[in-house]
Design a protein around this ligand. Structure first.
Ligand code: CP
Ligand code: NVA
Length: 315
């Protein structure tokens, strides 16, 4: 009986030890033979700068060949079913990465592949629910910039200010692997996803909701923010910019954090909305290091998935 390939849709697909292995792989020199004569299909239903570039580069550095396609080139679920797209890609590729509007598309891809016994791993390059590649890069950035290890992470005060979205979800789950709590400052009515909090709790993390942003960032080591309007939610832009206006990461808010605090943002930033120029361009900002770490994160995750596949091929 064959073993199904590993997929990565969210970071609770990994054990704590496996996430540590991903970080270890992301820090090593890339093994340029790992993807020799292998390739990756990268499908984008939404725009991307960092994810597409860092993932393509990681595949190349591991000796593989990436093919990126936009949704109109494939018309997933339109020209053919989601499962048939996944199976077609699995005829050629060891890895399928997909950025999708609806997380359920990724789940359907994994099911088609597992049911067929194909040996291809599916990776989530961002969905409405999760952004695990980003969270791995965030973890690397926090570990490096605050010079801590997996054990001392839990002593940090990490505060996310803004919309509890896909980026928040993956960051919270990532930190919970290391029993590290996360604080979130968001307006009433914008609480973290009810399905995410139990996952965080199960892994030993905690989500503390603090509606006052000043209180939430008091003494913080890390302040994280992201757009108030994620891709696909454009219809809510006006109401969200009104509701979130007191949740901007600006110089005044930052004064409440530790003087050594770092500011993170997954990017793209909406300068003047969730973050000001003075903060994103200021000395506390680590956003470009974070963006650079996306390539390391991709290398670690892809290496882990390829290692888990063994040598079997399909069909
Ligand atoms: N942070 C991030 O995923 O950026 P892109 O949307 O540009 O890929
Ligand atoms: N929350 C944002 C992240 C972009 C990288 C979005 O989904 O659009």
């Amino acid at each position: 009986m064959h073993r199904s390939p590993r997929h990565l849709l969210e970071l609770d697909d990994l054990t704590n030890g496996e996430l540590q292995r991903v970080i270890e792989l992301s820090r090593q020199e890339p093994n340029a033979n790992l993807m020799k004569q292998k390739s990756a299909a990268l499908l984008f239903e939404k725009p991307s700068s960092r994810t597409r570039h860092s993932t393509e580069l990681a595949v190349k550095e591991l000796g593989g060949f990436p093919i990126s396609v936009r949704k109109e080139e494939v018309s997933i679920g339109g020209r053919e079913s989601i499962g048939d797209v996944a199976l077609t890609f699995s005829c050629y590729h060891s890895i399928i990465g997909a950025r999708v509007f609806n997380h359920a598309v990724l789940v359907e891809m994994c099911k088609a592949i597992d049911d067929a016994g194909a040996n291809t791993s599916v990776m989530n390059l961002l969905s409405d629910l999760a952004h695990p590649f980003q969270a791995v890069a965030d973890l690397i950035t926090i570990l490096d910039e605050l010079k801590c290890d997996f054990d001392s992470l839990k002593d940090l005060k990490i505060t996310y200010v803004g919309d509890p979205n896909n980026v928040f979800n993956s960051l919270a789950i990532c930190l919970s692997h290391f029993k590290t709590p996360i604080n979130i400052a968001s307006p009433p009515g914008f609480s973290p996803d009810k399905k995410v909090v139990p996952k965080v709790n199960k892994l030993g993390g905690r989500v503390f909701e603090i509606s006052d942003p000043v209180e939430a960032v008091k003494g913080a080591d890390v302040i994280y923010t992201d757009t108030w309007v994620s891709m696909g939610q454009e219809q809510d832009a006006q109401i969200k910019s009104e509701r979130f206006k007191d949740y901007q990461v600006n110089g005044k808010l930052l004064e409440n954090a530790k003087s050594t605090a770092i500011v993170l943002h997954c990017l793209p930033a909406h300068r003047g909305e969730e973050i000001t120029d003075e903060v994103i361009d200021g000395s506390s900002s680590r956003v470009w290091k974070q963006a650079r770490n996306r390539e390391k994160a991709a290398m670690g995750i892809i290496s882990f998935l390829i290692e888990s596949q063994g040598g079997r091929t399909w069909p």
